[in-house]
Design a protein around this ligand. Sequence first.
Ligand SMILES: [Fe+2]
Ligand SMILES: [Fe+2]
Length: 155
Amino acid sequence: MAYTRVSWDRALETGYTIVDNQHKQWIAAVNALFEAHQRSKGRKEVERTMAFLVEYTLKHFNDEEELQEKYGDPHSLAHKQNHAEFKNVAQDLAAVLHRDGPTDELISHVCVTISRWMFNHIKQDDLKMAAYIRSKEQQRSKTKRGWIRLYDGKN
Ligand SMILES: [Fe+2]
Ligand SMILES: [Fe+2]
């Protein structure tokens, strides 16, 4: 399966800026791996971009998990399990790349696998997470406004 450059679009928007920016970076990291190979930057450089992609994936998962914990998201366990499964997939792909070296076929396989998982995951789990956080934040600001009205004697 040949890889074609992927890009961020509104369907992936969670409305949570930190998360959206990380998703954009994540997509850029997959494209960077593909381009490093396309431009024949050498095995070392390709492996370096792959290492960055894996590292960024782990960082991003970690940040989302902290966010879910902070807001007490009831879907956090299932979300975390999906992250854990994909961490293994990404690390295995990096190991295969290190063992076999970059070929057109392998780089396409890596980029297609990661980008497909990424897009599905954002649309399923991350959008759900963002909706929950938004509802919690709205609840909080409503409560806060209620207290302010009470304090001002306008209730
Ligand atoms: Fe995410
Ligand atoms: Fe996620």
